[in-house]
Design a binder for this molecule. Structure first.
Ligand SMILES: [Zn+2]
Length: 188
């Protein structure tokens, strides 16, 4: 699918509303550059995370019964309330059912869901649901730790605060020891 397009005129309006002069020499190329940057930052609307995950699944080896944990995936998204960044990390754990997922596809699915306007709660839920739908694992646990720039650099200006969100599915919902094992490995 094509990337989203952002009309450069939008940024000329934004520059003028900020009190600057869109015709100032150093700003002449800014609308085009900003439009390309936003097309990249919001490219997730054109992606299908379940299809991404399914594109690199392999049958699980039944001798492997432990969880798989991918820690510290970079998270960079934008809150749907202020269109300001939230950044941090995502930890993704799953206990395989019939399928093993490609690790890089997990990272790409997380990035696709993050490249949209999001709330941290919904992002966490959508990552867990995409993995659940794509691979029908025995359990999924997703933890996001993020700093919201709308809280850090305006409003209440809490620069040290971060937010932790968790979503559990299947065995991680019913087995609190298994859930705790993952959270300990994530140092949450
Ligand atoms: Zn916000």
């Amino acid at each position: 699918m094509p990337s989203p397009t952002f009309p450069p005129a939008v940024y000329q309006t934004l520059l003028a509303a900020s009190g600057d002069d869109p015709q100032r020499r150093d700003l002449l190329g800014t609308p085009e550059r900003a439009a390309r940057a936003h097309a990249d930052l919001f490219a997730g609307y054109t992606e299908n995370p379940v299809a991404l995950l399914r594109s690199a699944m392999e049958p699980n080896d039944p001798r492997h019964s432990g969880p798989v944990l991918l820690r510290n995936l970079s998270l960079y998204s934008h809150c749907e309330h202020h269109i300001l960044p939230m950044d941090g990390v995502v930890h993704v754990a799953y206990r395989p059912g019939p399928w093993i997922l490609g690790l890089s596809k997990i990272a790409r699915a997380v990035a696709a869901l993050a490249a949209q306007l999001q709330s941290q709660e919904r992002l966490t839920r959508e990552i867990a649901d995409a993995i659940n739908t794509a691979a029908t694992p025995e359990g999924v646990l997703v933890a996001c730790v993020a700093r919201h720039h709308c809280m850090a650099h305006r409003g209440v200006r809490q620069t040290a605060a971060d937010t932790v969100t968790l979503e559990s599915r299947g065995s991680f919902l019913t087995d609190s020891a298994a859930r705790q094992e993952i959270l300990t490995l994530c140092r949450i």
